[in-house]
Design a protein around this ligand. Structure first.
Ligand code: NAD
Ligand code: MLT
Length: 525
């Protein structure tokens, strides 16, 4: 298995990958054309923030299974394209949070006490004590935008300096503050009341230019801005104008809309201090993210579970062992349903009943969709892209978790709504791992979803089963197991046979020639 590393990664992770038997190529500084031309040879690629994994590169990545980001931000990866191609994208959350928070502290303090400017003045042999009078942090208000791993570490540190902290994070609740003396507020309130504003949100379409002209205009006069999260969250042109017009006292930037940002007009402003994306550049953080990503890549490539994927629910080996019979049953149910379909699917309703609801049912749903879609599509479908492919094809999905146990302690029920009606199946596990289909449409059955399965709807009359088995016997087709079901005596019944060899279409026609046979179909799982 080949792994490509495109940026400087601490040696520990590289050694770890090699020790696990993976072939590792380190090629730092590739152009995107060069990366495109070699990517097809690799099953995994490890990047930091400088490598852009675009749709064009993903289109060429025919063997790629995992994109590993040694760090947090995945804004340099076309997530949609990766997901669509079934490629897992994973990062290493938390591995560099302390370093990024400490860097933010260095920026806040440097900004308050003009340290970089004073250092420059000193180097030109000046002693300008009056020019660099700063401000205390004590009793000032810091507004934190994005109170995740880095944001909350920054909060803890500035609280120790006696600052007041307000935060804006639409995805965090008061109870998650875990005793932190932080007041959650709206963005507008934060902008109006803060003396310092520090950004710690991810760059996504919703946060691109979250802070633009109108937000700068809401801020307190003399505010200082710190961005150690991602360039692009602040509109740099609007920041330039706000500083130039004296509305903003200064800014400390570690990240930029384009990196490196040497053409930015901000460089001419003395009150802006810059670092070249150094937030995570400590020995400790780099070692940690390098080992973390190596470990995750090894597990993913060796089928031992997926951690910290941003486009797939995480699962570990222990959970995988428990859940895999359900994953396998769901895929078989999907495959069986696909073969029973008569017209395009409009909606899939999946109901999970029982203790299985404690599992990560997202993986089971992904499997079911894989089984359902794979036979009808050219492309490779897996757990990562199944949902995206279904969505793209206009198939609606409803997942329902229920604790209303009826005949089975655990049960998966799937209903496919199509233009020509509904097709449904229910499946469960016998003795923890033996898969069984226990209902086809409204007929109760007991079918092993494996190999050649002959499904026949017939009139519930003497002779129907003899007619089918007689024709099969004539052709030497052996029946491994048989199940029958009906709703009422003398009505429509179902006969399901597991066969050692498939029934040819001409033989199916022969079986169907009898008026007591209503429908017959051969499926293979
Ligand atoms: P995180 O996922 O733990 O936290 C991000 C927080 O932002 C979350 O709590 C989320 O709810 C919040 N958020 C999402 N959308 C938001 C929005 N529209 N408005 C406000 N908040 C929003 O991530 P983290 O590890 O704390 O990293 C934070 C940022 O710092 C990321 O952009 C990451 O890439 C960056 N980072 C930079 C460096 C560096 O070298 N400069 C190092 C580490 C992390
Ligand atoms: C991150 O998102 O983790 C940072 O940008 C750190 C990095 O990649 O150097």
């Amino acid at each position: 298995m080949e792994v490509l590393i495109t940026e400087t990664l601490a040696e520990e992770g590289v050694r770890w990958l090699r020790k696990a038997g993976l072939a590792v190529d380190i090629k730092v500084g590739l152009s995107s054309g060069e990366l495109s031309s070699i990517i097809s040879s690799y099953e995994a690629v490890i990047i930091r923030s400088a490598t852009r994994i675009t749709r064009e590169i993903i289109d060429k990545a025919s063997s790629l299974k995992v994109i590993g980001r040694a760090g947090v931000g995945v804004d340099n990866v076309d997530l949609e394209a990766a997901t669509r191609r079934g490629i897992i994208v994973m990062n290493t959350p938390g591995g560099n949070a302390i370093s990024a928070a400490e860097h933010t502290m260095a920026m806040i303090l440097s900004l308050s006490r003009n340290i970089p400017q004073a250092n420059n003045s000193f180097r030109s042999r000046k002693w300008e004590r009056g020019r660099f009078v700063g401000t205390e942090l004590y009793e000032k208000t810091l507004g934190i935008i994005g109170l995740g791993r880095v944001g909350s570490e920054v909060a803890k540190r500035v609280l120790a300096f006696g600052m007041k902290v307000v935060a804006y994070d639409p995805f965090i609740s008061e109870e998650k503050l875990r005793g932190l003396k932080v007041k959650l507020t709206h963005l507008e309130d934060l902008l109006r009341c803060s003396d310092y504003i520090s950004i710690h949100a991810p760059l996504k379409s919703e946060t691109h230019h979250l802070i633009r002209e109108q937000e700068f205009r809401m801020m307190k006069k003399g505010v200082r801005i710190i961005n150690c999260a991602r360039g692009g969250i602040i509109d740099e042109d609007a920041l330039f104008r706000a500083i130039k017009e004296g509305r903003i006292q200064g800014a400390a930037l570690d990240v930029y809309e384009r990196e490196p940002p040497f053409d930015t007009a901000l460089i001419e402003l003395d009150s802006v201090i810059f670092t070249p994306h150094l937030g995570a550049s400590t020995r400790e953080a780099q070692t940690q993210v390098s080992i973390q990503i190596a470990d995750q890549i090894i597990d993913a490539l060796k089928g031992r579970g997926v951690r910290n994927a941003v486009n797939l629910p995480s699962f570990d080996l222990e959970m995988l062992e428990e859940i895999s019979p359900w994953i396998s049953l769901a895929e078989k149910m999907g495959s069986l349903l696909c073969q029973l379909l008569r017209s395009p699917i409009e909606k899939v309703n999946i109901t999970y009943v029982g203790e299985m609801n404690q599992y990560n049912i997202g993986l089971i749903t992904g499997s079911l969709l894989k089984g359902l879609l794979e036979p009808i599509l050219e492309e490779k479908i897996n757990h990562v892209n199944a949902l995206a492919v279904a969505k793209e094809r206009g198939i609606k999905l409803a997942e329902i978790k229920s604790d209303q146990i009826e005949d089975f302690a655990n049960l998966i029920t799937v209903e496919l709504l199509t233009a020509s009606g509904e097709v449904s199946l229910a499946g469960t596990l016998f003795s923890i791992k033996d898969p069984r289909i226990v209902r086809i449409d409204e007929y109760h059955v007991e079918v092993v979803p494996e190999g050649n399965i002959f499904i026949c709807f017939n009139e519930d009359r003497p002779g129907a089963i003899a007619h089918i088995t007689g024709i099969l016997a004539e052709k030497g087709i052996n029946i491994a197991s048989m199940g029958v079901g009906r709703k009422k005596i003398g009505g429509k019944a179902i006969t399901v046979l597991n066969l050692d060899t498939p029934v040819s279409s001409s033989l199916i026609e022969k079986i169907k020639a009898s008026p007591i046979i209503l429908e017959a179909k051969m499926v293979k799982i």
